[in-house]
Structures are given as C-alpha cells and as structure tokens.
Design a protein around this ligand. Structure first.
Ligand SMILES: C[S@@+](CC[C@H](N)C(=O)[O-])C[C@H]1O[C@@H](n2cnc3c(N)ncnc32)[C@H](O)[C@@H]1O
Length: 413
C-alpha cells in the first residue's frame, strides 16, 4: 500500500542535457504526464512520488526526476536555513537514514556552493532531529535520500532528487572509450532518427566508438525501460517507499519488452579497442546478441541490403582528430552514403558545421543539439534507391514512417 507522502501531488522537474527538452517532453507525454513547461534543460510536469518511480524507470532522455518540496524566498544563507527548516523533511527522510545535498546556486553571498549545500543539509537534519529526536547521517556521496537545491538571487526551489545519481548512468557503459556520447543525448539522437518500439529496418553505426548509439537504438526498438538496467535510485531511501509497487512496475516493464529487433543492427569502428568496449557495453546492457560488431574502416562496413538508418558520429576537431584530415573523412562519408547506403536515411552528428558541409550532400534536416557546451547538428540525408522520386524538396523522415522489412541474408559489397 502506497503511503500518504507518496500520494501527494507536487511539481516535478525533469532535468536533461541542454537542447533535448522537446524529446523529453514527448517521452513524458507518452507516459501520460502533462507537460506544464518546456525549459532549455528540463521539463516541468506534476505528480506524486509514486509517479516518480515510473518516470525513473522509463525516461531515456532525463538526467534527474526532481519532486518539489516547495519554493522559497531567501536572500541570505541564514534566511535560506529558516525557509528550508520550515519544510516537513521528517515525513520523507528517515531519521536513521542518510541524506546528501546537491545544488545549482547563483547568489551574491555565495562563492562556494558547498556552503549553501551545508546550510540546506543543516536545515534538514536539524528539523528531523527536532521532530524525531535523532539526526540522519549526511555526506556528499549519494548513498541514500538526495536533495537538490536551486537558488537564484532571492528565490529558489528545493526538491527531493528521486533519481540520485543521474539517469544517464544506466550502468551498462563499463568501457567508455574515447569521447563517448552521453547515454541521454544518444537516446535523443536515436529518437530523432525515428528509432522506436517495433520499428522495422536496419540500424548501421560505423565509427561506433563505445557503441552508445547502437545500444540506445536497440533499447528503444526493444522497448526496454532503461531503469531496468540499474538498481540504485534515491527514492528507495525515502520514508514510505513502496517496494511492492516498484517491483510491479519493473515486472510490467519486463513484460512490455519486445523479444528482438526487426532488422539488423551493425556497429563498426576501425579501432579494435573501441569495438571491444562497445561489445562489452552491449553485453552489459543485455543487447549483445542484437548487434553485429566488426573492426573496419567505416567505408568497409557491411551495409545490409534493404532500408534503414546509417548513423555516424565522427570526430569533429574539438577534442579529437585533426580538422584537415577530417575534411577528407567527411567527404568520404558523403561518398559512403551515396555508394553504399541507397534506400537508407543517413545521419551525421557533428559539432563542426564547416566539416558537416564537406559531406557534400543536401541535408533534408539539420536538427540542433548540444554536446556539453558544443552546439551540434544532426544532419539527415535521404539516400533514395535509384533516382530521386519526383516532386519538390526531399521530405524529412518521420518517426512514424514504416520502412520495408529486413531481408534475410547480407548484401555483398
Ligand atoms: C567521436 S567517436 C564516436 C563516439 C561514439 N558515438 C560513442 O558514443 O562512444 C568517433 C569514432 O570514430 C572512429 N573512427 C574515426 N575514423 C574512422 C574511420 N575512418 N573508420 C572507422 N572508424 C573511425 C574512432 O575510432 C572513434 O571511435
């Protein structure tokens, strides 16, 4: 039976990497939540703590599920302490438990964000000690209940961080390799490529690095709830956590999972260490059997006959690779699409628009994304088989558009 604190409705803030809020909003709506606001790096909705269990289990593009304890006005850290100590923490955090505080603060009195974290933690444990006669342990590591403080100038909001460690840490990436994409960003990218449960068609991922795009594509197509992949969630440490409800939700998610992928998924990289990492990560994610791996130059990737998506995330000269050399690589990607990917939709994810132009094909769409602080584009190319169909400009591929079924056997190059 779900306890009363878990049934109270409050604002919920879903945080995400900058630029992917539209994908997160779509996910929240699909789970039956109303979107109250779409922010630059988050989505506002509302619901109960029990709802937060479902959000943590299913969301692919969120970093944290934050349940609001309330907003406050405070200019000075002493005021902050008073406002936060007035909230009923003892109803949510066990006196014999553990709490950690994390924050985003911009206030004239604060130089070191450890200070407001400390004041917030003091307010919580003092309040609990006063009402329960015992104070919970606390520390920076997320070992139990987690609180998130947002404070700008003279106002802010304080949340129970029901996720704890950010949700992009799915637990499968035991081998990150070089310059891996965040799992949440990769999930938004594959959503933009139309990857969704039951989709037919192939997914080819040359330059796979640690395999994040291929793994997230399979998780989306198999309808695997990403929360099934990890055990640790901060909501488990809250008072009134309903372990039976959590198990029921997990069981429902397991039943909703599709058996396999309708099409071939291929991931290649010229670096054997990358392919080794990608293979191990795929096994850790439970999708090792769904992906064919190979060590090869991207031009030699075995592209299955039929239709589907070919997705590449080449280096773009910010962290790795040399721009002059990369110019030739991007031009070769254009040739690869033209010569080897007919019938496919090609995608290049890059943070360098000049290199993007070197692909030399007309992009049907240029979707904006951010990779940390780098503004990026997902470039989409329709590679029609034979000549381009008559009519005006090529249409963007729709996520709902059906693609022909995978043909058995592999294409010879
Ligand atoms: C930016 S990383 C990809 C990261 C990947 N999306 C992930 O999440 O881990 C680019 C990858 O392209 C590979 N690469 C670069 N040039 C290549 C080529 N000519 N053929 C095949 N792989 C190549 C590199 O070895 C590297 O693993």
């Amino acid at each position: 039976m779900t306890s009363e604190p878990f049934q109270r409705v409050a604002d919920i803030l879903l945080t995400c990497p900058r630029g992917i809020a539209p994908y997160l909003a779509e996910e929240a709506r699909a789970l039956g939540f109303e979107v109250d606001a779409e922010l630059s790096a988050g989505v506002r909705t509302h619901g109960t703590l029990a709802d937060c269990l479902r959000l943590n289990l299913w969301l692919r593009t969120a970093h944290r599920v934050l349940w609001s304890m309330g907003s406050f006005r405070a200019h000075h850290p002493d005021e902050l302490y008073k406002r936060l100590a007035a909230l009923p923490w003892e109803e949510f955090i066990p006196a014999d438990g553990y709490v950690s505080v994390d924050s985003s603060v911009s206030n004239a009195f604060i130089r070191d964000t450890r200070f407001p974290n400390l004041r917030c933690k003091d307010a919580i444990v003092d309040r609990i000690a006063l009402s329960c006669g015992r104070r919970p342990d606390s520390g920076p590591r997320m070992l139990g209940a987690a609180v998130f403080l947002y404070w700008r100038d003279d106002g802010g909001e304080v949340y129970l961080n029901t996720s704890g460690e950010p949700l992009q840490r799915r637990g499968y990436r035991t081998r990150p390799h070089r310059a891996p994409l965040q799992e949440t960003l990769a999930a938004a990218l594959v959503a933009a490529m139309g990857q969704k449960p039951g989709l037919k068609g192939h997914f080819v991922n040359p330059m796979c690095g640690s395999g994040t795009l291929a793994i997230e594509a399979v998780l989306a197509r198999r309808n695997t709830a990403p929360g099934l992949l990890r055990e640790a969630f901060a909501f488990r440490a809250l008072r009134g956590f309903d372990a039976a409800l959590w198990e029921t939700l997990r069981e429902e998610a397991r039943k909703a999972e599709l058996g396999g992928v309708r099409g071939l998924v291929v991931a290649t990289d010229r670096d054997p260490a990358a392919v080794d990492a990608a293979r191990r990560n795929a096994v850790a994610a439970g999708v090792g059997a769904c992906i064919e791996f190979a060590v090869c130059d991207f031009r030699d990737t075995d592209v299955p006959e039929g239709a589907g998506v070919a997705a590449l995330n080449p280096e773009y000269g910010e962290r790795l690779g040399d721009e002059r050399q990369l110019t030739a690589t991007y031009a070769a990607i254009g040739d690869f699409f033209k010569q080897r990917c007919q019938g496919y939709t090609g995608y290049v994810f890059t943070g360098n628009p000049e290199l993007g132009k070197r692909v030399g094909l007309r992009a049907a769409r240029r979707l904006p994304f951010w990779n940390s602080t780098i503004e990026c584009r997902l470039l989409e190319y329709e590679m029609y088989s034979g000549s381009r169909p008559p009519g005006p400009a090529p249409k963007p591929a729709s996520a709902a558009e059906p693609v022909p079924a995978a043909k058995p056997g592999r294409a010879s190059r």
